[in-house]
Write a protein that binds this ligand. Structure first.
Ligand code: FES
Length: 172
């Protein structure tokens, strides 16, 4: 609200303002349903609101891509090795097997062979570094995927997640 004049100058009629004390909570589901396929959704604000939008976008992930920004992380990130186990990461497209030591993230090691693999938050919160998992059991530490997606064991965030199995095979 502090920047509504600047936002209106940039976005014109495309910028909408919903004041909760006057208008109630925004109808996020309706807004997301109205968004065209391929829309990038950006969300920042109180944790309950972000959680709601995450769930709504997870239900629409075939059409929408969500990017969130949090002011503080709650994800346990790799902690210098304490409690972490090393594991192997097989890149399915080339058959290359990377060794992920306890004190390094999978993303750090992947960047040695694929330096352009995308990332942003490095805290398991934005979804930029997501890869498909083809085999192995993931140790999830992200805030991007839903519980159902964790159960499906089909994707992981390379920046924070690790492995319960000796090897993971990922689609890279
Ligand atoms: S870089 Fe944001 S989830 Fe991995």
């Amino acid at each position: 609200m502090a920047f509504r004049n600047e936002i209106r100058a940039l976005g014109g009629d495309r910028a909408q303002f919903v004041a909760q004390d006057e208008d109630g909570l925004p109808d996020f589901a309706a807004a997301l349903d109205a968004a065209p396929a391929g829309t990038a959704v950006y969300c920042c604000g109180p944790e309950p609101m972000i959680a709601l939008v995450e769930n709504l976008c997870a239900e629409r992930r075939d059409r929408l891509t969500l990017h969130v920004e949090r002011f503080s992380g709650t994800v346990p990130i790799p902690d210098g090795g304490a409690g972490n186990l090393p594991f192997e990461l097989e890149l399915a497209e080339t058959g290359v097997v990377l060794h992920i030591p306890a004190d390094r993230s999978a993303l750090e090691v992947v960047h040695e062979v694929l330096p352009d693999h995308p990332y942003s938050c490095l805290g398991g919160q934005c979804g930029s570094c997501e890869v498909a998992v083809l085999a192995g059991e993931v140790d999830w530490r992200d805030e991007v995927l839903t519980d159902a997606e964790h159960e499906a064991n089909s994707a992981m965030m390379l920046c924070v997640s690790r492995a319960h199995s000796q090897r993971l095979v990922i689609e890279l």
